[in-house]
Design a binder for this molecule. Structure first.
Ligand SMILES: N[C@@H](CCC(=O)N[C@@H](CS)C(=O)NCC(=O)O)C(=O)O
Length: 196
């Protein structure tokens, strides 16, 4: 299997953490270097990374939540098979991805020429970033403190927020969350996939 990757992508990083943690045999391919079509190199008609190419059945998987669920299913699944725990895990994963999306979309607002910036939209993304981190801070006892289907998304999103939205200083808004995040930073999967 090949995972089409962009080293800075928080979405691809979730997949790489699962691959590392479970010792899966997946080749990581930098999509931008893999072909003239860059991001589209991984058989994803949406033109985004990550994308997982599998030999059998011959169908590529995307977006990242689906790839994560598939990779997780291959060995000692973190995602509960059923029951409320399954919905909680999906929900936590979604909160993390939503945070990463807010940071990513903000980035695409501010890299344009300044005359094209849309301040209301930038503020909307900033508000979402602040709201998510304070929300997680308030419910920290329910946020899994080891690798799980939910926590991978939150950890990856927070590092991406440091990288692309440091003006938010999320740690000062969410000290419990900062402490929680710190608990992951010594893990080998964290270090092996950290690219900022
Ligand atoms: N919802 C998608 C988001 C993926 C995404 O936005 N990937 C970015 C990199 S972080 C990308 O491929 N951007 C290139 C583009 O949009 O052209 C997922 O979870 O996989």
């Amino acid at each position: 299997m090949k995972l089409y990757d962009s080293p800075l992508s928080p979405f691809a990083r979730k997949c790489k953490i699962i691959i590392q943690a479970k010792g899966l045999d997946v080749e990581i391919v930098n999509a931008a270097k893999a072909g003239a079509d860059g991001y589209a190199a991984g058989s994803n008609p949406l033109g985004k990374v990550p994308c997982l190419e599998r030999k059998y059945p011959d169908v590529a998987l995307f977006d990242s939540p689906l790839i994560c669920e598939y990779l997780d299913s291959l060995k000692d699944p973190w995602l509960p098979k059923d029951g409320e725990g399954r919905w909680k895990a999906y929900r936590m994963h979604r909160i993390g991805d939503g945070l990463a999306e807010a940071v990513y979309n903000r980035r695409y607002e501010v890299v344009r020429d300044e005359s094209l910036h849309w301040p209301d939209i930038i503020e909307r993304h900033d508000t979402a970033i602040r709201n998510v981190v304070t929300y997680l801070d308030d419910i920290i006892e329910y946020v899994p403190s080891k690798w799980s289907f939910g926590s991978i998304a939150v950890v990856c999103a927070l590092d991406y927020a440091d990288f692309r939205a440091d003006h938010i200083s999320w740690r000062s808004l969410a000290p419990n969350l900062a402490n929680w995040h710190e608990g992951f930073t010594n893990k080998s999967e964290y270090k092996a996939t950290y690219a900022y």
